[in-house]
Design a protein around this ligand. Sequence first.
Ligand code: ADP
Length: 356
Amino acid sequence: MRLFRRQSTGPLGSLKGISGGLETALLLIDRVGNVLFANERAKELFGFESLEGRTILAVTLSHRVERIVRDTAETGEPHTEELGLRTTNDLIVIARAWPNPDQPRQVFLSLRDVTEVRRLERVRQDFVANVSHELKTPLTTIRAMAEVLADVETEDVELRAKYLKQIVSEVDRLTALVDDLLVLGRAESEQARLDPCNLSEVVEEVVVQLMPKALVRGLELEMMAPGPLMVSANAPQLRQVFLNLIDNAINYTVEGAIRVTISESESNEAIVTIQDSGIGIPSEDLPRIFERFYRVDKSRSRSSGGTGLGLSIVKHLVEAHGGSVGVESALHRGSTFVVRLPRVIPAAQGPHQTGS
Ligand code: ADP
């Protein structure tokens, strides 16, 4: 009596089954460099429906990959190397080749895509380098001035007062930087709790908070809202978003007005527009201004107490709320930042409302 019916899939059949769901591309290559087998991920990576029968060079367009496969076939030793690949995209992969234990002249090749990992590592390294630089500049200034003040020979009272004032302003800059770094760190590590929240009220609080600053600079600051507009949000984070945007609008405007408008779109979005009549942003800088530490004019940003982190915080927080932020700007005429957030639909207006 037969208890089991065995399905004969052959060695390549079982390889297909085992490697079909892998994230890593896997290929089996014969001793002259032809592909005998490729899993789904490999086909996806190289944009071919079928790879079998093609040479590994034709598939990968990489002499380095071809070489490690050849070296492995000749020496029987496994080889691992990180290399760049030009497939449908530019990729960084870890290529590992090892001999097929059943057929020593055949070689298995796995390609693990580490492009995103390496990109994130680079972003992190750049960030650390930028933070160190941003900390070093004020620290160097503070040190130099403290040295002058410590010199008992310096009796010039005006000079002492000037240097002390500058030290205080450098310390303020360091404090602002550390505050922004803390906000950014918290925003990136915590999943904030979202509750129904009246957007108009949050924006109004920020406008009231920044009104004295606008007035001191002779700028008009006005707000238009259609009444309460509910969004699902973390109120302190939302406050931070509009604080950064409206504060920037004030800092980068010499004369004229800042208008904050709240509206709702037909697709159930709440839209906040912050329009200023300020210095504007050159079109070539626009795509980069949401990057950490990117500033159009470093000295202007510094003199207004900017850290270069405000807009990256805005983007991060708005996206964590399921929204988006965009900007349009004309040099010397002004900028308009637009924040879009998903609305909370009151039950009575909800799209799934049923009833007689
Ligand atoms: P900062 O602390 O330097 O203001 P942000 O991240 O808030 O940093 O902004 C990045 C840069 O974008 C600023 O340095 C400035 O060059 C530019 N920018 C931001 N908002 C405005 C605005 N409303 N008008 C003109 N330029 C702006």
